[in-house]
Design a protein around this ligand. Structure first.
Ligand code: GDP
Length: 275
């Protein structure tokens, strides 16, 4: 497998910005991808947050396997974390995040001194979507592009709540090859330097482990052999062929990853909590 790029400069900047912002916040909203909660978690936030109250949002739970999401909730609750499965696109349920955060903060008159929240998470987990749902309007967030720097943004959600977004890039742990594979397979992060075929082979292996019946139902292939062979057969069945009738590996990879990301294989979780 190719090695993954790492951005120490950006991490350094993010660390500085988080260290500046955290003392101003009453609580943190850490947004994760429910399909891969651990892989979409950045340990830097966890380290810097210290004892500051935190609501862990398992977002995109509409795409994740509900049983596995529940297992994550149980797992983290046992570690004293406040965990909330969420669909950030739904404005009604998004408000629950504010209630959960407020419940963690010592009571006071929030009209006099508004609740200050910090929202953080790796790119693409749904921070902007959640923010728009919470604000009830379109509020732009930090562009999660590596080269962009700007001041932290402060948004007044309502009379009692102010929210900071994290301006830096809270990059996922791309140095962990398995996490990088999960992030790439789910489509969360495209810039992992893993080629499409490698990602699809890894995804096929995981899907065979967790959801073999879904693969059989969709592609009509048992897939007991190596994942490469399975993908090859998917390509053949779906007519992903190049001149001469040879399977086009990249197209075959795209079929599987496209089906996985668009939910055509059903609600899938790529990562389970430790037993
Ligand atoms: P950010 O980079 O963390 O701010 O992520 P965005 O808010 O830009 O969301 C990334 C993508 O995920 C967008 O296409 C959103 O529409 C989608 N998205 C966000 N939340 C959800 C959710 O709860 N369910 C689903 N299915 N998609 C979501």
């Amino acid at each position: 497998m190719q090695s993954i790029q790492w951005f120490p400069g950006h991490m350094h900047r993010t660390r500085r910005q988080l260290a500046e912002l955290l003392p101003k916040a009453d609580a943190v909203i850490e947004v994760l991808d429910a399909r891969l909660p651990q892989a979409s978690r950045n340990p830097l936030l966890h380290q810097l947050r210290g004892p500051k109250p935190c609501v862990v949002v398992l977002n995109k739970s509409d795409l994740a396997d509900p049983e596995v999401t529940q297992a994550w909730v149980t797992h983290w609750k046992a570690h004293d974390l406040e965990v909330l499965p969420l669909v950030a696109t739904d404005a009604k349920v998004s408000r629950r995040v504010l209630q959960a955060a407020r419940a963690l903060v010592p009571p006071r008159n929030f009209r006099l001194r508004p609740l200050v929240l910090l929202i953080a998470g790796i790119p693409n987990v749904g921070k902007s979507t959640l923010l728009n749902s919470l604000a009830g309007r379109k509020v732009s967030l930090a562009a999660d592009k590596a080269a962009i720097t700007r001041a932290p943004k402060r948004i007044h959600l309502d009379e009692e709540t102010t929210l900071y977004d994290t301006p830096g890039v809270l990059w996922p742990k791309l140095e962990d090859q398995h996490d990088a594979l999960l992030l790439a397979a789910s489509g969360a992060i495209r810039e992992t330097a893993l080629d499409l075929w490698t990602v699809a082979v890894g995804a096929a292996a995981l899907l065979h482990q967790y959801y073999p019946e879904r693969l059989r139902a969709r592609y009509g292939i048992a897939g007991d052999g190596p994942p490469e062979e399975f993908l090859w057969n998917v390509g053949k069945r779906r007519g992903c062929l190049r001149a001469g009738g040879v399977v086009d590996a990249e197209k075959a990879a795209q079929v599987l990853l496209g089906d996985l990301r668009s939910g055509k294989l059903g609600r899938i979780s790529l990562q389970k909590p430790p037993a």
